[in-house]
Design a protein. Structure first.
Length: 280
């Protein structure tokens, strides 16, 4: 079995500490987001609860399982790290400057470096034979492409009319920032990566399986955060319907299920049967 690198897993501890501080203060201190627009502040605080109660424990538990030799847990762990990198990239660029700015940037930087280092190792060292015939290849690819299509439509529906009218996108009224950092990350990095990952999975590429497992775990965590945001907006009287929460609930359930199936279908030991070699 290719060794699971210990140093990136060890980075889970300081990363979890940084995220716990940022999310804990954001969830418990109502004054932290005082400079932000009300809608944005409500959503940020709601996500902080998810980060604190779901993402940080998931990061540590998956790191522990990976340290004990679970390759599936290791691949899922990348999704938790990606969630924190994504979350604190957005916080670094979109939250109005506050006392936790250096915590946001430190969490973002540490998560990014940890993710890049460990993903490169996984893509290089995990053999194709580790991904068994029960790995949900077609379903995972379809799910990733569905996520790409839905969020590309949502963001372009916000951006394109504004471009045509020569006005600012509606989402900027909620964030009060020059641009929407979520749209920037999604349209430039996340959605293109998910799209090509789906193609790599269908081509049975190692990099496809590795990235898809991480992407499914990331999507599941993000969907839970989106549910919390919708509930927070409704509770604050800033949204009339909680219907989007049901949609995000379905997304969370589907992503969690596929992530679990993908991890369970990933062998901890290198297979000893012949298989076509496909370059990572």
């Amino acid at each position: 079995m290719a060794a699971i690198p210990r140093i990136p897993l060890a980075m889970s501890v300081p990363l979890a500490a940084l995220a716990a501080v940022a999310a804990g203060v954001g969830a418990l201190d109502p004054d932290l987001y005082a400079r932000d627009r009300e809608s944005f502040a409500v959503q940020a605080a709601a996500q902080d609860w998810v980060t604190l109660l779901v993402a940080v424990p998931a990061l540590l538990l998956l790191a522990l399982a990976a340290r004990r030799g679970s390759r599936g847990a290791w691949l899922l762990w990348h999704g938790a790290v990606l969630y924190l990198a994504y979350t604190y990239a957005i916080a670094s660029f979109m939250v109005q400057f506050n006392a936790l700015f250096l915590v946001y940037t430190s969490a973002f930087g540490l998560a990014f470096l940890t993710l890049a280092t460990s993903l490169a190792t996984a893509i290089r060292d995990v053999p194709l034979e580790a991904f068994g015939p029960r790995w949900p290849r077609r379903t995972a690819a379809g799910a990733l492409w569905a996520v790409v299509a839905v969020f590309a439509f949502l963001w372009l529906a916000d951006i394109v009319p504004a471009l045509l009218d020569g006005t600012a996108p509606e989402t900027l009224a909620e964030s009060g920032t020059p641009t929407n950092g979520i749209e920037v990350l999604d349209l430039s990095i996340m959605l293109p990566t998910l799209a090509v990952t789906g193609a790599w999975v269908l081509q049975r590429r190692v990099r496809g399986y590795v990235l898809a497992t991480a992407a499914l775990a990331f999507t599941a965590l993000l969907a839970v955060a989106l549910i919390a945001m919708v509930v927070g907006l409704v509770s604050a009287g800033l949204a009339e319907s909680a219907a989007p929460a049901a949609v995000f609930g379905l997304l969370a359930a589907g992503a969690w299920t596929l992530a679990f199936l993908a991890a369970r279908s990933t062998a901890d030991e290198d297979a000893r049967v012949a298989a076509p070699a496909v370059a990572a």
